[in-house]
Design a protein around this ligand. Sequence first.
Ligand SMILES: *[C@@H]1O[C@H](CO)[C@@H](O)[C@H](O)[C@H]1NC(C)=O
Length: 206
Amino acid sequence: MIHILFLFTLLSSTSYASVNDFCIADLKGPNSPSGYQCKPPKTVTVDDFVFSGLVAGNTTNPFKVALTPAFVTEFPGVNGLGISAARLDMATGGTVPMHSHPGANELLIVTKGKITAGFVTPSGPFVKNLRPGDVMVFPQGLMHFQVNSGKGKASALLAFSSANPSAQLLDLLLFGNNLPSDLVAQTTFLDVEQVKKLKPRFGGRG
Ligand SMILES: *[C@@H]1O[C@H](CO)[C@@H](O)[C@H](O)[C@H]1NC(C)=O
């Protein structure tokens, strides 16, 4: 009897607690490390939980890749849930250069073509040629890359353990700023000439 009473109390209290079941992002409000503020629950519809834009992106760019995100900004329903998705399209020769996600683990689910992917750690590199149906995980914070190693196009779906995963691109960090070239050279052991060559490519000066 006590158990039934307890269950009943639990059920009735959870039905009044639906305000805590989700927190659709109010994108007009401020963002913070814990996410956006919630839209008023009464204004939430099923479309807040659906993102329909995970279509092929435009790969006409220097990297020959397109990343189509379904992060909190595009998909307010993932706000506060620690999860998000994206689609990766790669033209022949496409490259996602060495980068890391300080706040998210990543899953790469290959859907088309051939992708060579890997990450580097102090205990060595971990690299694999992937085919459709293969899934690779990239642990949070580790430097990783993906290249299209096939002759045609390649595609993959991505999942992140963050609603808003940030990315640190190694080349952009090193060459996409006005840190003096000799300082970049001295701190990376690259030749100054090589640094000066890469700076304009990644939007840097000096
Ligand atoms: C893809 O991007 C390129 C370069 O920005 C542009 O010239 C081209 O029109 C775009 N293609 C499509 C289908 O949008």
